[in-house]
Ligand binder design. Structure first.
Ligand SMILES: Cc1ncc(C[n+]2csc(CCOP(=O)(O)OP(=O)(O)O)c2C)c(N)n1
Ligand SMILES: [Mg+2]
Length: 415
């Protein structure tokens, strides 16, 4: 044992002398500091000095960097003549011990079209719970939205889903699932079937930053890459997965770099710039279909609202931070400024549109309230041709429980 320890100690020392990793942290720390403050400054430049503290100290979108990143820079001594032929391509040899750095020298740039004031600076379905806009755009009516939220008989999900978990066959919009990120591998499967049928179409799946921390995200990207599936992964990186900041979710330069790891073409866009998002999705769709390949889009934004009605985000982040994003980075204001700069929009048009939308929504809510609820029996249908014995048993137990405790069950649900 003693002999073995001595031997392995010698080996370790030998490797230590070969290792290019330096222990001199100080230069790297200062590099990291400059990058961080430059990035934060781009968001904080409009704030009074005292109010910038929280932005500069924020960990959002600031990956931690480590000394070993240097190793990549120092070891690009590659022998061009010696290479290993692999099924996926040629890999050259190097005599240098070299680790791939965990972050690149420069953070991935973020594509934008509009500046903060809405001035143009360049010319240029599988969903989650925040994509109601996609459905609205495709023609789902306000009444249909209200019917789902009220779980009435007109709801296509027959009241079995949580509110805002919409779905529509007519609009090729697969019903929202509460289980985070499960839509991603499903979308790849759908995209692969579009490919086999040689359809002129692709699938798009939306996910939050929190969803990228799920295994399904990684399985989906890999699956899409190896099958060359025409699918767009659209990630809303809004800084938070409920109360977990992105800095506690990953050490990478956000989400965009994960595409490269799986061999998926990727882009980072300013998620608060509607024109940048539109152009990126437009180009991604074109590439996905024409070149039959998956694309990853990371849209950088911030969740100014609470995660849900049961969340109070002021418990885990400063109100000032929320207010700053709300006031300085609002995507609707930016888009509106651009429209007004082009004389396509005005205060009058804004107030008319808002009043009309409010009226339509109130009317839809009143109508949805009047419609009956689906019957209890509907809970047990639509999955099996003939219900299996355990479901029959559950239905029997439920009906007995309702009979015993009628006061605990909603009176407007027909038995
Ligand atoms: C598989 C699974 N794990 C955990 C949850 C609980 N959950 C619901 S939403 C959420 C956070 C998702 O992250 P993100 O989409 O970034 O959230 P947001 O930006 O809306 O806060 C979690 C962990 C869930 N619904 N499903
Ligand atoms: Mg999020």
């Amino acid at each position: 044992m003693h002999q073995w320890m001595r031997k392995s100690g010698t080996i370790v020392n030998h490797f230590k002398s070969l290792l290019l990793v330096t222990n001199n942290l100080s230069s790297w720390r200062s590099y990291s500091f400059v990058k961080r403050s430059q990035f934060a400054a781009s968001f904080a430049h409009n704030l009074p000095v005292a109010d910038r503290d929280f932005i500069n100290s924020s960990t959002h979108f600031c990956p931690r960097r480590f000394e070993s990143v240097k190793s990549e820079k120092m070891a690009n001594n590659v022998d061009d003549n010696q290479a290993l032929e692999l099924p996926e391509g040629k890999v050259k040899f190097t005599p240098k011990l070299r680790f791939i750095s965990e972050t690149a020298d420069e953070r991935e740039c973020c594509y934008r079209v509009l500046d903060e004031n809405g001035n143009q600076i360049s010319s240029s379905n599988y969903v989650e719970y925040r994509e109601a806009g996609v459905l609205l755009w495709r023609g789902f009516t306000i009444q249909e939205f209200a019917n789902q939220c009220f779980s009435n008989k007109a709801d296509y999900g027959k009241g079995r889903q949580m509110p805002i978990h919409y779905g529509s066959n007519k609009h090729n919009y697969v019903t929202v699932a509460s289980t985070v990120a499960t839509q991603l591998p499903q979308a790849v499967g759908a995209a692969y079937s579009l490919k086999m049928e040689k359809q002129d179409a692709c699938a798009i799946a939306y996910v939050g930053d929190g969803g990228t921390s799920e295994g399904d995200f990684h399985a989906a990207l890999n699956f899409a890459a190896v099958t060359d599936a025409p699918v767009i992964f659209f990630c809303r990186n809004n800084g938070w997965a409920i109360s977990t900041p992105t800095s506690d979710q990953f050490r990478s330069d956000g989400v965009v770099v994960k595409g490269r790891a799986y061999g998926v073409r990727s882009i980072r866009v300013d998620g608060n710039d509607a024109l940048a998002v539109y152009s990126a999705v437009h180009a991604a769709r074109d590439m996905a279909i024409r070149e039959q390949r998956p694309i990853l889009i990371e849209a950088l934004t911030y969740r100014v609202g609470h995660h849900s009605t049961s969340d109070d985000s002021t418990k885990y982040r400063p109100v000032k931070e929320i207010e700053w994003w709300k006031m300085e980075q609002d995507p609707v204001t930016r888009f509106r400024n651009w429209m007004e700069n082009n004389s396509w929009w005005s205060d009058k048009a804004e107030s008319e549109a808002r009043n009309s939308a409010r009226k339509q929504i109130l009317h839809a809510i009143q109508e949805a309230e009047k419609v009956d609820k689906p019957p209890v029996a509907d809970i047990f249908t639509d999955v099996y041709d003939s219900p299996p014995s355990h479901l029959c048993e559950q239905e029997k137990l439920l009906r007995e429980a309702i009979k015993r405790h009628p006061q605990d069950y909603p009176s407007d649900v027909p038995l």
